[in-house]
Design a protein around this ligand. Structure first.
Ligand SMILES: [Zn+2]
Length: 1131
């Protein structure tokens, strides 16, 4: 959950903004049936509902977010919008105070919220419908059947009744008038606010501990709004002069006030509202039992009710806010009141054992009194202090072993056997690796070691810190990135409003405003004009992740550049004068990149910035590197090297993008570089830059994916294949292939040539030969670099024979490098082919007739084309300056290869992957080279071969993806590709080759079964259920060829949960902590696009039942092909 937080917010923000863009769009809803009321009719025409789509992240339930218990909820149809006859499906939820409806049950923010106080009556209407009537309008709902309708109507009526009674009581007893039930009393602020960046307004009301959004003040008076925001897990931040954000854990609401002063008032009122929303006290009392925890660890404020659960400090609200701003990787902030459920007993014990004073013996050992905080410190001071204390570790008590990594790790492994958690804290925050290897194969990790020694508090501390950034390791804290020379630059630029996503559309001049900009060292500021004394905005260059120079003409101002800020915001600047923009980008990049990376910006790059990356096997230790990119050239400054490396993206051996994991892997010359990002716009920009630079199948030769010798991968692969399998094929290159196969293969090559693998058993040589011909005939510009440039070649045939070779040589030298290399490779290939003319009947003349028009891209009427090619083949050694001896060696090798006729083509193997065989322990790991296309079956064979394990029939060796943390494992399908899985492995995951004990039974089961689908009762539980209800309960499970559905009981027609079969990942096993009712369980991960991952636990009554479910899952997902060579089920 923690690490997903920012992703969720980012996406939710997009949806939010998208939603507001649709203001006048398609969501018009006609909510009135009292059509005779003229005023109402007008309103329904004027108003559109605002879509506030936001799906919950997986560890929360909607109910968790609302203070009042939900009285009733379920699906209902709402009256159709204007112009439509189709009712809209809505998830409807009722509590003591409000009736709301949502797009679906995962939504956090409603489409509509109706105060119970405003409901006058609830009526049955015909056709399973009922009406909720308020003073000004009527909402019409339709239910599935009359029973459901009766339930809703009676519950609603009772709720309205009770509400009235409560209000009467509170009026009678004035002292009890808390304002809880009467919106007017406890409103602390209300008014219109503009939704940031768009010209629409909403009426915002801060009432008690919530914030309500209405379309207008009338709506507010009527008690009918859009949605409410619970303020208990919220941060409020000013983002600009007039703008501010309300950030909840799943959404950021951006607003703009009318003035700076107004903004201040709103932010203050909202912060007070956040304060009021705190209620519970249980955990706080326990934590405060340790006296030192009664004062904030950072500023000393009394009764701190927040904590950082990994840094082990108890904090006041103000300091906790600053901690939260540092990110989860530094400090995991948690409330003592509202996050009660996160506080396990052992976590509470850790806090009581340590306590603020003892922990500060470490964190604040070297704190000079002048730098200490006090409760009245302002937020700037707090930020400075907290950053220094926890990000930089400035005041910490340096451990005696500091900077001695090995010894630190060793000390950690020894210490966790004891109960001294404080020492563990000191070791870890001085750099001891929480994930280091203990040296004991039985207990390989510190956590397992601590567990073994019964040190639950140590385990608690270690697990809270398994991914914490160690103080001083943050990029921004390293002095190396500071520019050596002072930089300053001033002048006018045109600027657009900043956005949270990349600017893809072209901005007109009107979208820009003129600003006086000033760069002074690390500070970049802009002002209304030269004379303005207060800046209208700006940023620290140290917070800029990336600078992008746009191609000229992209926007209204001819030249423009973008700055990508750490917060995810994008700033666009432009000017018509190229020199002005060049001056600015030069100055900014100078301030941005460290001195030793200056080479990165001394060329015509398009993008420069910093990225996290890992190399080779060290997947869990990312470094920070500087990169600049232009076209297919990527420059890269290694974190500790002084030399800048150049990567030609066209020549990558592999490029794989894993959007989900936020990872892109570049493999170049056998080295793999794994660049990590998140969903911020800068990383997305890098991704598309990498993809574009890595070769385009539809471009000219020089934009193709290339081999190290500058030959397009497609040309190289086809020729290698023909050399291997087609040299003796009669009429090679003359015969036609199968047109559909040629076309589809060519398409695969064009989309990503690196991923194409040619296999003897799958491809005919004539098809491959024609793929090559068609590519050469169609490639943009051809080998001879366009029609004009090809003419002198054709004219050479009229030159006297003695001079031709010289002329060909001269022409060859005038070709661009990629064209020259490609022509050389093709002629070399043809030369080899004609050496075997005895068998293939293709002498140089025959080949020239075929390749003349192909290479010159002519229709074949001009004999000169063929003549040129024949002469090139004839004089190959002379023209291409080839050593006779080397050519002979090559021909000998080819003969040898043909003789041996090896079974599989030679492929480049790249990444080294560690796989355990049979069990996870030291020594059972084998290293296997894997390529992008390697299948699980191939991996299993290779791993067993290396361990000298013979395979017998019935062993069913499989490759399992094991997740130790979740206590689950998934056998990969034998044809599944390993590479993608391997590089996205989590910290607790690994691959293991072992026998699949269920396979035989599964094969028997499906072989004897005609029906594909299966249904039956099953024990079900979700990852995190409603509080107190986290147990398994019986569900009807229906697994069909398209989807998995779970029903509450047989009578229900609507499934409670649903997921398409293709989005399911089925693992064996269920975490024991979840107390499954039997040992025959499976964990089903549902990964739907546009949704968060969901995890369902399904548990069976018997082993046979489990096998039957597993078999059905597998059969559906791999179309019956469970095991190579096994009998497929009857279909
Ligand atoms: Zn504090």
């Amino acid at each position: 959950m923690a690490d997903n937080n920012s992703y969720v917010q980012e996406d939710a923000l997009l949806t939010f903004q998208k939603g507001f863009c649709q203001l006048s769009g398609d969501e018009a809803e006609n909510e009135d049936i009292n059509q005779d009321l003229e005023e109402n009719r007008r309103r329904s025409v004027d108003e559109d509902s605002i879509y506030l789509g936001s799906t919950l992240s997986r560890s929360y339930q909607t109910e968790d977010l609302h203070h009042s218990p939900v009285i009733k909820m379920g699906w209902l149809d709402k009256s159709p919008p204007k112009g439509s006859l189709v009712f809209q499906k809505r998830w409807v939820m009722l509590d003591e105070q409000y009736l709301r409806y949502f797009d679906n049950e995962k939504e956090v923010y409603s489409k509509r919220i109706i105060a119970i106080a405003s409901i006058t009556h609830v009526l049955n209407v015909g056709g399973q419908k009922f009406a909720v009537v308020t003073r000004n309008r009527t909402f019409l709902f339709r239910s599935e059947n009359n029973t459901v309708r009766e339930e809703w109507v009676s519950v609603l009526q009772a709720t309205v009744q009770q509400h009235r009674k409560r209000v009467e009581m509170s009026f009678m007893n004035v002292s009890d008038m808390s304002g809880q039930h009467n919106g007017g009393v406890s409103i602390s602020k209300q008014g219109y606010l503009e939704v940031d960046g768009l010209r629409s307004k909403v009426y915002v009301v801060i009432c008690a501990d919530r914030v309500f959004l209405y379309r207008s003040t009338e709506e507010h008076n009527q008690g009918v709004g859009i949605t409410s925001i619970e303020m208990n897990m919220v941060t409020v931040t000013s983002t600009d002069k007039r703008s501010f954000n309300i950030t909840t854990f799943c959404r950021t609401f951006s607003f703009m006030a009318e003035s700076e002063q107004q903004r201040e008032q709103w932010v203050e009122a909202l912060k007070a509202c956040v304060g009021r929303s705190l209620s519970s006290n249980r955990v706080a009392q326990k934590i405060w039992a340790e006296e030192a925890n009664q004062r904030c660890a950072d500023c000393g404020a009394p009764n701190p009710d927040w904590a950082s659960v990994n840094l082990c400090v108890v904090l006041c609200k103000c300091c906790a806010g600053v901690h939260r701003g540092l990110g989860q990787s530094v400090s995991k902030v948690c409330s003592l009141r509202t996050d009660e459920h996160l506080w396990t007993d052992s976590l509470i014990q850790v806090f009581r054992l340590l306590g603020n004073d003892r922990v500060n013996l470490f964190w604040a050992a070297n704190l000079p009194p002048s730098e200490a905080l006090c409760p009245s410190s302002d937020s700037e001071e707090r930020l400075q202090f907290v950053t220094a204390k926890y990000c930089q570790g400035k005041y910490r008590n340096y451990h005696a072993l500091f900077a001695k990594q090995e010894e630190l790790n060793k000390a950690l492994c020894n210490n966790i056997k004891t109960s001294d958690v404080l020492e563990t804290l000191a070791l870890v925050f001085c750099g001891a690796d929480v994930n280091s290897y203990t040296g004991d194969p039985e207990l390989p990790s510190p956590v397992s070691m601590a567990q073994h020694y019964g040190q639950t508090l140590q385990v608690e501390f270690l697990t809270r810190n398994h991914s914490t950034e160690i103080p001083g390791s943050r990029a921004g804290d390293q002095p190396v990135i500071k520019a050596a020379l002072p930089v300053s630059h001033t002048g006018y630029l045109f600027k657009t409003a900043s956005t949270t996503r990349a600017v893809t559309e072209s901005k007109a001049k009107g979208d820009f405003s003129r600003r006086w900009c000033s760069l002074d060292q690390d500070n970049f500021s802009y002002y209304e004009n030269e004379k303005s004394s207060s800046r209208s905005g700006g940023m620290k260059i140290g917070d800029v992740l990336c600078l992008v120079i746009n191609p000229p003409g992209k926007h209204g101002y001819a030249h423009s550049f973008e700055l990508y800020h750490d917060t995810g915001r994008v700033y666009l600047f432009g000017e018509d004068c190229p020199e002005t923009v060049r001056g600015w980008t030069k100055a900014i990049t100078k301030a941005l990149v460290p001195p030793k990376a200056e080479v990165l910006v001394c060329w015509s790059f398009e993008r420069v910035g910093r990225l996290r990356y890992t190399e080779g096997q060290h997947l869990h230790r990312p470094y920070l590197g500087w990169f600049s990119l232009g076209g297919s050239k990527l420059l890269f400054l290694h974190h500790e090297a002084d030399q800048v490396q150049t990567i030609d993206l066209r020549k990558l051996q592999e490029l794989s993008v894993h959007q989900e994991a936020g990872v892109v892997v570049l493999v170049c010359r056998g080295r793999s570089l794994r660049v990590e990002g998140d969903r911020r716009p800068d990383f997305r920009g890098w991704l598309s830059g990498f993809l574009q630079g890595s070769g385009r199948g539809d471009g000219p030769l020089e934009q193709q994916q290339l081999t190290n010798s500058d030959v397009p991968v497609i040309v190289d692969l086809c020729m290698s294949y023909i050399t291997q399998y087609g040299l003796k094929a009669e009429g090679i290159y003359r015969k036609c292939g199968v047109n559909s196969k040629i076309a589809s293969l060519l398409l695969s090559f064009r989309s990503d040539a690196r991923r194409v693998r040619l296999k003897e058993e799958q491809h005919q040589v004539d098809d491959i030969a024609n793929v090559l011909k068609r590519f050469l005939r169609e490639v943009d510009g051809g080998v001879f670099n366009g029609h004009q440039a090809s003419l002198p070649w054709l004219h050479t045939t009229s030159v006297s024979e003695s001079k031709r070779v010289t002329q060909y040589k001269a022409l060859l030298n005038s070709l661009p490098p990629v064209n020259r290399a490609t022509l050389g490779a093709v002629i070399n290939h043809l030369h080899c082919i004609q050496c075997f003319a005895d068998e293939n009947h293709m002498n140089k003349h025959n080949l020239a007739i075929v390749f003349g028009p192909t290479l010159f891209q002519t229709d074949g009427s001009d004999n000169n084309a063929s003549q040129v090619i024949e002469e090139l083949i004839q004089n190959y050694q002379d023209i291409f300056n080839v050593d006779a001896e080397k050519l002979q060696i090559k021909l000998d090798m080819i003969s040898h290869v043909i003789k041996a006729q090896e079974e599989h083509c030679i492929e480049t193997t790249l990444t080294i992957c560690g796989v355990y065989v049979e069990r996870k322990e030291q020594g059972s790991e084998v290293l296997v080279q894997i390529s992008q296309a390697m299948t699980a079956e191939e991996l299993v064979c290779e791993a067993l071969r290396r361990r000298n394990i013979p395979t017998r029939q019935g062993d069913y060796w499989s490759c399992f993806l094991v997740d130790d943390n979740q206590e689950m494992e998934r056998p990969m399908h034998y044809q599944e590709q390993v590479f993608a899985i391997y590089i996205s492995l989590g910290k607790d995951d690994y691959l293991m080759v072992k026998r699949n004990g269920f396979m035989e039974a599964m094969l028997i089961y499906i072989a004897g079964r005609i029906e594909v689908s299966r249904n039956g009762l099953i024990h079900f539980r979700e990852e995190k259920g409603q509080r107190g209800k986290r147990t398994f309960s019986r569900r009807l499970c229906v697994l069909s060829s398209t989807s998995l559905r779970l029903y509450k009981d047989v009578k229900n027609t609507q499934p409670e949960r649903e997921c398409p079969v293709h989005a399911l990942r089925v693992y064996y096993g269920i975490k024991k902590k979840l107390q499954p009712p039997s040992c025959w369980g499976m964990t089903v991960v549902c990964e739907q696009v546009e949704r968060d991952q969901q995890r369902w636990y399904l548990c069976c009554e018997s082993k046979n039942e489990l096998i039957e479910w597993l078999a059905t899952f597998m059969r559906l997902q791999c179309k019956g092909d469970l095991w190579p060579g096994a009998t497929k089920p009857v279909s």
